[in-house]
Design a protein around this ligand. Structure first.
Ligand SMILES: Cc1cc2nc3c(=O)[nH]c(=O)nc-3n(C[C@H](O)[C@H](O)[C@H](O)COP(=O)(O)O)c2cc1C
Length: 176
């Protein structure tokens, strides 16, 4: 069973890590289907039935995005608002279409991991900061799994640091 990777990066052409991850995942089309929201919807007008149909085909779904202002990029929030509808995602007997599906986040962060800590500059762990996603997926009865994160890209965006993330991300996906 393939994993659906939904990518939300508003500026993929200047991306270092997300672009590299996509390039790697696309080498394994029998294992991963990469759905780049900004590429599919350049004007950000989401075809909601098409997105729901896509989700229904997969049991394992990963949302991959760069962490922006302690949140996901806005187009992904719009995707949640529009695609996770009443009657489909939750709230009626015909709903909960995402229920039971394994869901995880794959996040790239500019800030170092040590700073996402009670004694660090940003006080909270990424696990804590990602709680709204955890609750959203619990609300719709999905099987929310631990996330993958790669930190410190603003401090070190060298080819070595980016390349180091690739096997880590693949290992995460392969054991997801
Ligand atoms: C608008 C904006 C907001 C950002 N906010 C954060 C943030 O809140 N926390 C953080 O760790 N990094 C933040 N960053 C850094 C990005 O997370 C980082 O550049 C990105 O994950 C690198 O991935 P990419 O090479 O695929 O673009 C921000 C970057 C931008 C452009």
């Amino acid at each position: 069973m393939k994993t659906l990777i939904i990518v939300a990066h508003p500026n993929i052409k200047d991306s270092k890590v997300n672009k590299r991850w996509i390039e790697e995942l696309q080498k394994y089309p029998e294992t991963f289907y990469v759905h780049q929201l900004h590429e599919v919807y350049p004007n950000e007008e989401i075809d909601v039935p098409a997105e729901q149909e896509l989700i229904e085909k997969y049991d394992k779904i990963v949302f991959q995005f760069p962490y922006y202002w302690f949140n996901c990029p806005p187009f992904l929030k719009k995707w949640f608002d529009e695609v996770l509808t009443y009657g489909w995602a939750y709230g009626s007997k015909s709903g909960y279409k995402v229920g039971g599906k394994k869901i995880a986040l794959a996040v790239s962060a500019g800030i170092d991991e040590n700073e996402y800590h009670p004694t660090g500059k940003y006080k909270y762990t990424l696990e804590e900061l990602l709680r709204p996603f955890e609750l959203t997926f619990e609300y719709i009865k999905a099987d929310y799994r631990p996330f993958f994160a790669y930190y410190g890209i603003e401090l070190n965006s060298s080819k070595e640091w980016i390349e180091k993330s690739v096997p880590k991300y693949l290992d995460f996906l392969n054991s997801f």
